[in-house]
Design a protein around this ligand. Structure first.
Ligand code: CA
Length: 224
């Protein structure tokens, strides 16, 4: 299989150069560009992931993200931002980003996110495996460490929505839309209650939870 193509969009020479070297060293095919216009030109249907700085010299990275999402290539988008404020992170996810990292970040953390983003492309869409968690979507069967776990229908749908995005945060809004209804106007407390119930069933021993809360944003399914 060809190595995944990653487009790095970063006008900071130090950060861009270090990302290019690190990713190439891990076997990825890397295109490093410095502007939004170059980014849109560099992405093609074979591009697996775009690592996108938000503060670009020619245009707002959020606009680049929107245009990538509405184009035919539709790669995964990982936002790099110095804007640590929660509101900006939510804006990025709303613009269609799959995940984000706040600068300064550790390269090890970036590589873990990159692996999560590129792995999703290769998933067999009917069977999802996250560490000791196995989900057979067609048969609606869930196992943790080889033991069957019985979930109610909404709990199962919620788990699938999180497992399809394992390692990345899924916003509360998207979970409510995906699992309940695109016109869901009920209390978002419903989501919290289902997450609570799902955690109890997946992690009955009270050990580390499969599901992390990203405060003010949403939830993320992690390997424990
Ligand atoms: Ca920048």
């Amino acid at each position: 299989m060809a190595s995944p193509h990653i487009v790095v969009v970063e006008d900071d020479e130090g950060i861009g150069g270090s990302l290019e070297r690190t990713l190439a060293g891990q076997g990825y095919t890397v295109s490093w560009v410095r502007t939004g216009a170059e980014a849109l030109a560099a992405v093609d249907p074979g591009t697996a992931l775009v690592i996108l700085d938000l503060g670009l010299p020619d245009q707002d990275g959020l606009e680049v993200c929107r245009r990538l999402r509405s184009g035919p290539a539709a790669p995964q988008v990982l936002i790099l931002t110095a804007r640590a404020e929660e509101a900006d992170i939510v804006l990025g996810l709303d613009a269609g980003a799959d995940d984000y990292l706040v600068k300064p970040f550790r390269l090890a953390e970036l590589l873990a996110r990159v692996r999560a983003c590129t792995r999703r492309i290769d998933d067999d869409r009917d069977h999802l495996t996250v560490d000791d968690l196995a989900v057979d979507i067609g048969a609606r069967i869930v196992e943790v460490a080889g033991s069957r776990v019985e979930l109610r229908p909404k709990e199962f749908d919620l788990l699938v929505a999180l497992a399809r995005n394992a390692g990345r945060v899924v916003t509360r809004e998207r979970l409510l839309e995906d699992v309940w209804d695109e016109h869901w106007f009920g209390p978002s407390k419903t989501l919290d209650i289902h997450i609570w119930s799902l955690r109890r069933k997946l992690d009955p021993e009270g050990g580390p939870s499969h599901i992390s809360t990203v405060r003010g944003v949403g939830y993320r399914l992690d390997a424990p």
